[in-house]
Ligand binder design. Structure first.
Ligand code: 3NM
Length: 216
């Protein structure tokens, strides 16, 4: 996919989480969600060695490629580069985007989180390809994510940029309508899919709820 098409893409951005994946392998997860609306997968490992991270990245990249899914690495520009991922997602404390751009090149996707207006202003002054406001709703998946920013902040982001906006945090099939109603066509989630027994069903349910507005 050309990264310029990212804005038009409607779908789910699934973040892989070791704890919530439980005994399921990432490959198994990707295979079960890829036909149901997941268009982007992010690898987000914590507390493992760089070598181990890279081994996992190679496998996840292969599974994504096979299923036509965009593969993003969280935080780690080195892992994104070495695994030839489609891009990297950066937090506000990570390597500044300009260095990530120099390393990864102009064709790769760089995304950035923003939890308030100041962070948004910083992000929008960088060479990035999408912005993730969050946490939109309260979430227990990332205890240090900060207070919920709400739909108003997502609206504020939308009114300040033409870049793709991919909200994150506490989003599920019940509340996603508040986002699709304001024009959001992509949402990033962990627990809405991974905490479910039936990954495919949970993905379909979320995707349908997200698309209601877009397909109306
Ligand atoms: N980042 P769930 S919230 C990884 O606000 C992450 O930047 C966030 O998990 C942010 O979909 C979050 O289970 C956790 O709420 C998202």
């Amino acid at each position: 996919m050309n990264k310029d098409d990212l804005k038009k893409l409607t779908g789910i951005y699934l973040i892989l989480d070791r704890k919530l994946a439980k005994e399921k392998s990432y490959i198994e997860i990707i295979d079960s969600v890829s036909k149901s609306g997941v268009k982007i997968v992010q690898l987000r490992e914590k507390n493992i060695s760089t070598r181990e991270y890279l081994e996992i990245a190679f496998k996840v990249k292969e599974a994504c490629e096979k299923n036509g899914i965009i593969f993003i690495v969280n935080d780690r520009v080195d892992i994104a580069y070495a695994s030839n991922a489609d891009g990297v997602h950066l937090g506000q404390d990570d390597l500044p985007p300009k260095y990530a751009r120099e390393i990864l090149g102009k064709n790769k996707i760089i995304g950035m989180s923003a939890g308030n207006k100041k962070e948004l202003e910083y992000a929008l002054n960088q060479d990035i390809d999408y912005i993730s406001p969050g946490p939109v709703f309260s979430t227990s998946t990332k205890p240090d994510a900060g207070n919920a920013v709400g739909i108003d902040f997502v609206n504020y982001v939308l009114s300040n940029t033409e870049k793709p906006v991919i909200p994150i945090g506490g989003i599920n099939s019940d509340n996603v309508k508040y986002l699709s109603n304001i024009g959001i066509n992509k949402v990033a989630v962990i627990s809405a899919i991974l905490s479910s027994e039936d990954l495919q069903k949970a993905t379909e349910k979320l995707f349908l709820a997200l698309c209601k507005k877009n397909w109306a």
